[in-house]
Write a protein that binds this ligand. Structure first.
Ligand code: NDP
Ligand SMILES: O=C1O[C@H](COP(=O)(O)O)[C@@H](O)[C@H](O)[C@H]1O
Length: 503
């Protein structure tokens, strides 16, 4: 692949956690793979005063394990400029610094500004960049990457969108959703649209239900303060999980191009059947919060005992939703999505449950459970695709048994899978917004979760406790229609699927 053209990346919030843990390590990987532009600089910007050298040392702390010579080379592209977000003079100085460095290092003035700050600064920084003319440069590009969360509800997201659009144009704005940068998520497009066998059965005639799980074994760790104001619905569902639904359910795009794909996912969001009453929400949406438990003789804290969390908190650490997509392809196919913290393992996967065969040929007249074909797209860990189907057990008669056809992504290539941030940073550098969320789809996703947010504010809206290390409240199991049906529990299939239970 060609390297991106010459440019500078300016990271606001550069002294923070995301820069150190995700952005710098991803840029380093791109650097050693020679994927960064040949003429490239990185400028860190935040309030703390650092010299270039101090910032180089601090920001590369996470790279200790890596080759020291490469790190020294990498450090040469790193610079730092202190900026108070609300001080316009600091933006003039930043502009001057960009000019000087670009001239000295022969860098084209193509600029990417990465907002890795607390969200309260997502409007003031772009406004001040525009004020000093850094939002456009004749003959060059100026792009803005906006981190999550994109608003906290429909109204704040609309406002943020409007404010961003008054300083930058939509094509300049890259709203990051790191789930879209995950390899297996992108592979979903290839699976669906490069293989002629799937598309004919990818609809209500053959699919009984769709299930998407994103489970985490970790709790809120050091982010209790942030998480307690957010909860699973905002933190994971409104963005990551609904974006996955968009890719899984969309119509074939006419080409692999950002707007061609994002136009199709938008249509899916617009077709979500809205919740129109509290009763509907109560019956189709379950929220839970982990409570203390004992696992292998170890006492596990409950959510309300976590640092930064209100001791009477009603914030959900688990959420599961059953909903429908009102369009020709998906009419009457239930979609089930769930996510939670302190579940038994870390796994994200999409499960397509196909309908049973119309005639029970091998049941010998008995009422035997049918083989339910499943296609499982594993996003993480052990990225891959698993197909479950029925086979005959050896011996007399026709005794059927579910078996697996299991493809592991790591067998495809010797290459290490790029991290989501690596992929997304590089995409922005080449101007490809396909894997970034577009403003209109973010707004549609907020519209869908809005009635749930409002219902949960009511004091009688239920929240169920679940012991840390279990699969969430039992009430979530009751969402799935059909007596014999449950969510897929990867841990139960330890030997078949190779998942490891961490708790
Ligand atoms: N950390 C993570 O794993 C993830 C983070 N995100 C998102 O990325 C963004 C950055 O996250 P993270 O690095 O954790 O954030 P931090 O809280 O670490 O903040 C980043 C930097 O912003 C500056 N800052 C903090 N508060 C203020 C303030 N009130 N006014 C001006 N500057 C301030 C600080 O630098 P200084 O004091 O030097 O100005 C700080 O180092 C957030 O929006 C977060 O939601 C998204 C996914 C994961
Ligand atoms: O955006 C977020 O995602 C992480 C989970 O990401 P993953 O790539 O590890 O699956 C989640 O822990 C965090 O709360 C949320 O803000």
């Amino acid at each position: 692949m060609n390297r991106p053209i010459s440019q500078a990346l300016i990271i606001f919030g550069a002294s923070g956690d995301l820069t150190k843990r995700k952005l710098i390590p991803s840029l380093y990987k791109l650097f050693i793979q020679k994927s960064l532009p040949e003429n490239f600089i990185l400028i860190g910007a935040s309030r703390t005063v650092f010299t270039d050298e101090q910032f180089r040392t601090k920001s590369t702390e996470f790279l200790q394990e890596e080759d020291q010579n490469s790190i020294e080379e990498f450090k040469k592209i790193i610079h730092y400029q202190p900026v108070q977000p609300d001080n316009i003079e600091d933006y003039q100085k930043l502009k001057g610094r960009i000019d000087t460095l670009c001239e000295k290092k022969n860098i084209e003035k193509n600029l990417i500004f990465y907002l890795s700050t607390p969200p309260a600064l997502y409007t003031i920084i772009p406004k001040n960049l525009a004020e000093v003319g850094l939002n456009k440069e004749e003959g060059h590009f100026s792009r803005l990457i906006v981190e999550k969360p994109f608003g906290t509800d429909l109204e704040s997201a609309l406002k943020l969108n409007q404010e961003l659009l008054s300083n930058f144009e939509e094509h300049q704005i890259y709203r990051i959703d790191h789930y879209l940068g995950k390899e297996t998520v992108q592979n979903l497009l290839v699976l669906r649209f490069a293989n002629a066998i799937f598309e004919p059965i990818w609809n209500r005639n053959f699919i009984e239900r769709v299930e998407i799980t994103s489970a985490e074994s970790l709790g809120v760790e050091k982010r209790g303060g942030y998480y307690d104001k957010s909860g699973a619905l905002r933190d994971m569902i409104q963005n990551h999980l609904l974006q996955l639904v968009g890719l899984l359910a969309m119509e074939p795009p006419v080409e692999v191009e950002a707007d061609a794909i994002r136009n199709e996912t938008l249509k899916v969001f617009k077709a979500f059947a809205p919740f129109t009453s509290d009763e509907q929400i109560k019956n189709n949406v379950v929220r839970g919060q982990y409570i203390s438990s004992r696992i292998k003789n170890e006492e596990i804290k409950g959510y309300r005992q976590e640092e930064g969390v209100d001791e009477n908190s009603r914030t959900e650490t688990f959420a599961a939703i059953k909903f429908y997509i009102n369009n020709w392809r998906w009419s009457n196919v239930p979609f089930y999505i769930r996510t939670g913290k302190k579940l038994p393992t870390r796994v994200s996967e999409m499960v397509i449950h196909f309908k049973n065969s119309p005639h029970h040929l091998f049941s010998g007249g008995k009422e035997l459970p049918q083989i339910n074909n499943q296609l499982i797209i594993r996003i993480q860990p052990d990225e891959g695709i698993l197909m479950k189907f029925g086979m005959k057990e050896p011996g007399s008669g026709f005794v059927t048994k579910p078996v697996n056809m299991n493809f592991h992504y790591n067998t495809l290539s010797e290459k290490e899978l790029p991290s989501a941030y690596q992929r997304l940073l590089l995409d922005c550098m080449i101007g490809d917004a396909t894997l970034y969320a577009r403003g209109d789809s973010v707004i549609e996703a907020w519209k869908f979760v809005k009635p749930i947010q409002e219902y949960w504010k009511k004091s009688d809206a239920p929240i169920f406790g679940y012991p840390a290390g279990t699969w969430g409240p039992h009430e979530a199991d009751n969402l799935i229609e059909g007596d014999e049906q449950t969510w897929r529990y990867p841990c139960k299939n330890l030997s078949n699927d190779g998942y490891y239970c961490e708790l």
